[in-house]
Design a protein around this ligand. Structure first.
Ligand SMILES: C[S@@+](CC[C@H](N)C(=O)[O-])C[C@H]1O[C@@H](n2cnc3c(N)ncnc32)[C@H](O)[C@@H]1O
Length: 177
């Protein structure tokens, strides 16, 4: 199969934030690395006015996916040592922040929809993170508890709190290798 050369010119894709995520986490170091390690950590989402009508019917879902801009991620790297391992892995086999398009996704628990605000718990997201989208978490679509999980299945580390390895100067557009 042909490999597509470096970076085909498809043009920039521009997203505008639809809201802001508020959390107690101010820095990468010390922040849980996934919602599974953030149980009970509360936060909120402020949804911007044009999108508030789109929150109708969301309150019936126990969990929601938040898709957001990892706005404090460092420049992307093709190999990283993930938090739960000690050796380098291909970036796309990890959930690490230094991504070419730094998008984060977290299935948080939804406590309440109050006007333009969502109250949430199980938050692994830094305070002030720009929100890109909200989708309902539907177990029938999203839960595959027996699925193989590559290197993670071999990892014995379950230290679920980030250190500072992915903090630093955010530079979005590193050239492709
Ligand atoms: C391993 S990432 C996983 C994020 C998300 N659950 C995912 O799978 O896409 C979680 C870590 O990203 C870092 N982080 C959270 N919000 C961030 C932001 N806005 N910019 C940069 N890093 C962020 C924190 O250190 C947190 O511990």
């Amino acid at each position: 199969m042909a490999v597509i050369p470096a970076r085909p010119s498809l043009g920039a894709i521009v997203f505008e934030p639809i809201g802001i995520i508020h959390t107690p986490h101010r820095a990468q170091a010390g922040t849980p690395i996934q919602p599974a390690f953030a149980q009970g950590v509360g936060g909120s989402v402020s949804v911007f006015a044009p999108y508030v009508g789109a929150l109708a019917d969301l309150a019936g879902f126990e969990r929601i996916w938040l898709l957001y801009h990892l706005d404090r991620a460092p420049a992307w790297k093709s190999k990283v040592v993930p938090y739960l391992d000690t050796v380098e892995r291909g970036l796309f086999a990890t959930r690490s922040p230094p991504r070419p398009n730094p998008i984060g996704m977290s299935a948080v628990r939804l406590l309440a929809v109050e006007g333009d605000e969502l109250r949430i718990v199980d938050v692994d997201i830094l305070d002030g993170t720009p929100l890109l989208d909200i989708k309902p978490y539907v177990p029938h679509f999203d839960a595959h508890p027996g699925a193989r999980a590559g290197w993670f299945d071999e990892s014995t580390s379950r230290a679920g709190i980030a250190d500072g390895r992915f903090s630093g100067d955010p530079r979005r557009r590193e050239p492709t290798e």
